[in-house]
Design a protein around this ligand. Sequence first.
Ligand code: CTP
Length: 401
Amino acid sequence: MDSLRGKKILFGVTGSIAAFKAAGWVHSLVKEEAGVSVIMTWAATRFVSELTFSALSGNTVYTDMFADDPEQAMAHITLAQEADIVLVAPATAHTIARLALGMADDLLSTSVLAASGKPVVICPAMNSRMYEHKATQDNLLRLKELDYIIVEPDSGRLACGDEGPGRLPDWAGVREILLECMSSHDLEGQHVLITAGPTREPLDPVRYLSNRSSGKMGYALARTAKRRGAQVTLISGPVCLEPPEGVKVISVTTAEEMYKEVMQNRDNASVIIKAAAVADFRPDQYEFHKIKKQAAELSVNLVKNDDILAELGRSRKEGQFIVGFAAESRDLEEEGKRKLLAKNADLVVVNDISKTESGFDVDTNQVTIISQDGTIHLPLMSKEKTADQIWDNVLFRLEME
Ligand code: CTP
């Protein structure tokens, strides 16, 4: 799953100053075309008005268990039944305590109970001493026992001036948790090793040889695999991307470092995907001092880097599934087939770098998946959707083995 579009989120807001941040989260969900129904506790309405949440969600905001309005009267049952997922953010110490006890004394706590069997994500936000108090920590443990998903608060300066844990985390990480809760966990049990990004081959302290890879495709593969339940190790060259939530990231710079880390981490990987654009050559000599421009000409001698994918294919561990990538500007299928055989890979994913929408540093891709038994042309789509389709393909083949 690559988007929350069309999903129904039951969003509980409780009485913390962080309620204003929850308004931004509702806005982001609606922008992504998710359906949002908001329940506010009485205390939450003291921080942010119902009008803010109804304007942002485009829906009635529910606050009262005993409303006269027939539409609101059975809200706790209908909202819980309709929801794909429940998100409580910010969750105060008080609400956490009530949920831990299974109380049903207001619309939010009643709705959470009525949502039994659906994923419930709780984002605690409060003063750090309240958060660290044994009572709150015990209640959070109890919520975990009840299979609620607890999102660790961020640490930092709090609205009250104290420093410590208790801040609502960024939306991106919480969104990732919602996607993971609603994705099928069909990669559970798989340990996947992914490489991403370019490598940099230094020439002197200032300069290096590299390429235009952004790492976006490899990171999308890592994110989607984690969502689908895999244990993920990502070996990444230098990129400007946020590390995916819940993924072990190993940062490298050169092709030689990438080679070393891949070889050290490959043994227990069931699937290896080499999405990195590894530099084929490196300067044969590193100049420790900056090269000066006095000379009229400068030649740099390049030596070949080891081919990591070819080595993985040559010495593959039993049962290991290996996927290579190929960035091509012509003869796409021929080149893909050549690399599949030459590097002993199970699949090669080819993308046409001559097109802007499947080239470098864009969020879309159009790839062709090549294997021994055929070729699949995928349409132009987001890199996350492409990643999901690659995983579908890998999974299909793993299940056939
Ligand atoms: N690759 C690798 N180590 C290298 C070079 C490439 O592991 N030193 C991997 C890439 O990660 C990718 C695949 O090999 O999965 C194909 O890379 P690509 O650059 O398209 O092909 P090359 O092998 O470099 O061949 P060519 O230069 O002929 O295109």
